[in-house]
Design a protein around this ligand. Sequence first.
Ligand code: ZN
Length: 255
Amino acid sequence: MEKWLSLWSIGQEGTLSDFQAIKNAGFDGIEIWAEQYRSKEYLDYAKQMELKIGIHLPFHDLNLATPDSVVYERTLNVFTEWLETLAEYGGQHATFHGGYAWSSEERDETLVRVKKRLLQLDEKAKQYGIDLLLENLIPDKLNYCHHIASNVEEWLDLIQFANIKACLDIGHLAVMGNDMEETIGKLGSSLGAVHLSDNDGKADLHQLPGEGNNLSKGLHDYLKNIDFSGPVVYEINPYKYSLQDILNHIAKVNV
Ligand SMILES: [Zn+2]
């Protein structure tokens, strides 16, 4: 498996020398955070440093599951533009959120809509040779909106239906309350990437591994069990940690 870094983790003021430091620390690749001010510059820096490239597609103001056709058209256009840009940089995967139903009562009809849209989006991604990775999300605690996918069965059903892959966020999974070993076993060859961070099992804190409930304990063994060779992406809170904190952690654990 490969060690990657989400660029959300480095904040908005990253420099070329930061990317050099990321490379020197042994990271194989980076995941672009599309909503950062300088995500396009970060693409250039990553290319210069010969880091592998993936992307986390934007999600603010976008909703793949929306009943509003104009919002959907906008969402698909923005995603498609990013897929095209990623392909220009030789990118490999695009992690994305499935959007949300406006209310939990609309869940079932929304899932029907999302399935169709996953096929449309995957057709675009395939044109660019990019793997789509649907990420697991934390359920809305009020059960007012329904986030897609925020339970493991729904998530597996969607990725199997559209023949796409999964991005497993282990922090989200802990808050969902699911067992990591069991979930990784169920995902098997559908697993495309892992988002790695720690938390207290209650809130999505994006802490460094070991600073919360130590959620990544056993992760490498579980991934080995399914012969996973893809990216394990550190996705660490930039408002709590600096890039140097992350690099110090990597040096310490030497993985
Ligand atoms: Zn995400």
